[in-house]
Design a binder for this molecule. Structure first.
Ligand SMILES: C[S@@+](CC[C@H](N)C(=O)[O-])C[C@H]1O[C@@H](n2cnc3c(N)ncnc32)[C@H](O)[C@@H]1O
Length: 270
C-alpha cells in the first residue's frame, strides 16, 4: 500500500528546520540510532577492503560513525576520517578507542578541507557525495580531494544511478525497519519527494516501550541530489581527474545506464 504524504501534515506537526543546517541537524538527531539501523549494512565493505589498504594512507570522507572506517582499520589502513557531524564522530572516536586502533579524526566540511598530508587512496562511501548540494559544493569537494592525493592516487566515489534511483522518489510512505532497543522498539519509516535534481527525504523515528506505547517520535528531514553521469564526469574532468573505471555495482560489474543501481567512480590523479 502506498500512502501519499499530505504537505499539510507536516505543517500540522510544526517541523521547522533551517535550510542551511538541515543535513547537519538530521545527523545530530539520528546519530544515536545510526549504528542500530546500519548494523547489518555491509554491502560495500569487501569492495573497499579489496583495495589492499594494508599500510596505505587512506582518506575517508563523510566517515560518519565508522561503518567503513573500522573494517578499514582492521585491514591495516592508515586512516584519516573526515565528517561534518560532531555527534557521528563522537561515536566513531569511541569505537576507535574501544578497538585500540589509531586514526586521525577531523570534524570538517568536505567542501572546505585542506590537508597537509597526501593520500594514496580517498573514498567517499555510501553515496554521500549526493548530500553535497549543487555543482559549486561538488566541484569544491572534488578539487580538494584531487589536491589531497599523491600523483597516481585514486578516488573511489559511489553515487546512485539517478535513472534507477528516481523510481523510489515517489512520495510513498514506507517502513524502513523495526529495530530492537534495550527498552523497547524503534520503528523507522519515511518517504522521498522531488528529485529535480534535489530530493527531500522525510524520516519518522518512533520509539515504543515494551508494552507497545509510543514513547517518542522524531520527524527529520534531509536533502540529497540526483547527480547525472554526464554532470559528474564533466566535474571530475574539470578538476583534473582521469577516469580509470566506472562500475555499476559493488561486484565491479560494468555500468549500465538503464539497469545499474550505482555509478561507482574510480578516478585517478594524473
Ligand atoms: C549516510 S552517512 C554515511 C556515514 C558512513 N560513511 C557510512 O557509510 O555509514 C553520511 C555522512 O556524511 C556526513 N556529511 C554530510 N555532508 C557532509 C559534509 N559537507 N562534510 C562532511 N561530512 C558530511 C554526515 O555527517 C554523515 O555522517
Amino acid at each position: 500500500m502506498c500512502l501519499k504524504w499530505c504537505p499539510g501534515g507536516l505543517k500540522h506537526n510544526r517541523v521547522k528546520l533551517h535550510k542551511k543546517d538541515m543535513n547537519i541537524e538530521y545527523y545530530k538527531t539520528i546519530a544515536s540510532y545510526y549504528d542500530i539501523i546500519c548494523k547489518d549494512l555491509d554491502f560495500d565493505l569487501d569492495f573497499y577492503k579489496s583495495e589492499k589498504v594494508y599500510g596505505k594512507n587512506v582518506l575517508e570522507l563523510t566517515s560518519g560513525t565508522g561503518r567503513v572506517s573500522i573494517p578499514l582499520l582492521e585491514a591495516g589502513a592508515k586512516l584519516t576520517c573526515i565528517d561534518i557531524s560532531p555527534e557521528m564522530l563522537k561515536i566513531l572516536k569511541e569505537k576507535i578507542t574501544q578497538h585500540k586502533y589509531s586514526a586521525e579524526v577531523i570534524c570538517e566540511d568536505v567542501t572546505k578541507i585542506s590537508l597537509y598530508q597526501k593520500f594514496e587512496l580517498a573514498i567517499l562511501p555510501f553515496h554521500s557525495f549526493m548530500e553535497l548540494l549543487g555543482e559549486n559544493k561538488q566541484l569544491c569537494t572534488l578539487s580538494r580531494i584531487y589536491r589531497a592525493l599523491v600523483p597516481g592516487g585514486r578516488f573511489l566515489c559511489p553515487i546512485h544511478n539517478p535513472t534507477v534511483r528516481k523510481d523510489s522518489v515517489n512520495g510513498c510512505l514506507h517502513s524502513i525497519g523495526v529495530y530492537s532497543l534495550e527498552d523497547g522498539l524503534l520503528h523507522v519509516s519515511g518517504f522521498e519527494q522531488g528529485g529535480h535534481p534535489t530530493v527531500d527525504r522525510f524520516r519518522f523515528y518512533e520509539k515504543f516501550d515494551k508494552s507497545g506505547k509510543l514513547n517518542s517520535k522524531h520527524i527529520v528531514k534531509m536533502k540529497f541530489e540526483l547527480i547525472s553521469k554526464d554532470s559528474f564526469e564533466e566535474m571530475a574532468n574539470r578538476v583534473g581527474f582521469k577516469i580509470k573505471n566506472i562500475y555499476g555495482d559493488y561486484e565491479r560489474n560494468s555500468y549500465s545506464d538503464s539497469q545499474s543501481p550505482f555509478i561507482i567512480w574510480d578516478l585517478v590523479k594524473s
